[in-house]
Design a protein around this ligand. Sequence first.
Ligand code: HAM
Length: 574
Amino acid sequence: MPTPSNPLKAVRGTRDLLPPETALWNRVESIARSVFSRYGFGEIRTPIFEDTSLFARGVGEETDIVSKEMYTWLDGDRFNEKRLIDEWVKANQSDNPAYVQAGRVNIQGYPSIQAKLKEMGIQIVQRGIEVAPNILRNQVELVSFRPGVSADAIDRLMKARDLAKSDPESQVQHGAVGLRIVIPIDGELGASIDTKDVIVERLAGRFFDFSQNLTLRPENTAGVVRAYIEHNLGDTGQLQKLFYIGPQFRRERPQRGRYRQFWQIGAEVLGPVTSGSESPLRDAEVLEMLATLLDELGIKCWRLELNSVGSAEDRKRYVAILRDALAPIKHQLCEDNQRRAETNPLRVLDSKDPADQALIDGLPKIADYLDDSSREHFAQVCAALDACGVPYVINPRLVRGLDYYTRTTFEFTVPSSGDPASGLGTQNALLGGGRYDGLSEMLGGPRAPGIGFAIGEDRLILTLQAQSAAQALEPRTSDLEPVKLDAYIAPLGPERNAAALALARELRRAGLSVEVGDGTFRLKKSFEAADRVARHIVILGEDELASGVLTVKTFATGEQTKIAQADLAQALRT
Ligand code: HAM
């Protein structure tokens, strides 16, 4: 039970973003949007949860993300009403539609009310009741087929009975009407439900559809490619340039710069080969755009690390060689790397374990196993970056933690832990990305090579904050300071509250930012509150209301003036 000394808190690894910090987030996002629009990107918003198999297939079963970090659940069994009705009817229906045998039912008749009842989720049937040996009487019965018994289901049956009895055309006006709820055998009968004169019948069978396996998205590339396939975006023949801003979820060990709900600003460029989606120019353009974005955001000391992991075939070849090279030294590696050496040897390369670094550096480099076309592709990416003057370093170990990558992979980092310019602790990758030429096919789509990236927005913000603090810069924004409102309206006495709100409405509609105090505040308290949040205080007392001339004080100058209400908006604005 939460108590005042132990109140409920945000879940570990999640956090609230509050003003004024959210203003910085908005500024970052608006700069990103502005850059994206200059490079011809449009926004895509995909669902926050997807079918689990999307990530298993796209990101890769053996990756850390899929094997350990996803928030996955079986979405509740879905009740199949039609199946329950069909089975029940099969078990109960009379063979002879004209004659209802004892206990058997006959579903027909009462067209005048049947439709209305169906809308309420209720079926109308006739049942043969044996009132004396061999004497049958037909009774009308209203039946609701549900996954369980609820007060609502009972209420609806009662209402249906009133409806049936009041319908002049139905033949049930005078007779008895039975009420029945049919539930699956494992349906729950709530203990506190008063079933009144409702019969609850249980029927054995499978009346729940197989539930769906769902996952909170741990990243957005797979979702974007799924949407590309689902909406046949490839049919346009055009290169699709899509960006997104939104939360992602990974069950990682929380620490500074690493959260379980974090935000990404990302973009993807993909399309049919004929749209130029495979061109090294696209890779260079994306990287050049990122360099521009980080510069415009004011990020200092960023470093672009670049590599090529080759085609799918290159990777297969290289992984076999890597496996062989790891075999004799595996036992010297840490436990995690021993496991990776077995399941996903590429992951050993991006291990951060300090004790293993020397051994890993000695492993074969993927660059030596690229085929000619991958090598040429990478050379062209580097040449285009050189031509644009975007600096980079080649990191042969940069293979990235998701399985869909082919050819170009990259990360932008800022100096790591201990360096005040980072603000990220040990998490120094601001963003990561790469090419994924086979992802669309892996998800059952057409060939659609692509390249993209995702910026960790939380890390970007931490870096901006650390960099401006470390270099004693004014935080680049007035964003970090609360922005002062144009006016604070102070009603004198609660009876002036309504007029204060009306005045605020008038000013706000004229485009001004306004806060309204409360008539119970003493004047001194109103002045203090107003000085904190606004540039002017507008006093609304009895005289002001009667005369329509208001008293306004400007805090910056200390000046106090009388202004007619009609001129107020203009005066406050200047
Ligand atoms: P990723 O490297 O897994 O790539 O994530 C991209 C960025 O998201 C990381 O560089 C980091 O800044 C941020 N990030 C990841 N996990 C966390 C976390 N737990 N807390 C805070 N920030 C985090 C992808 O997600 C790919 N979808 C990128 C991509 C797009 N590749 C091609 N297109």
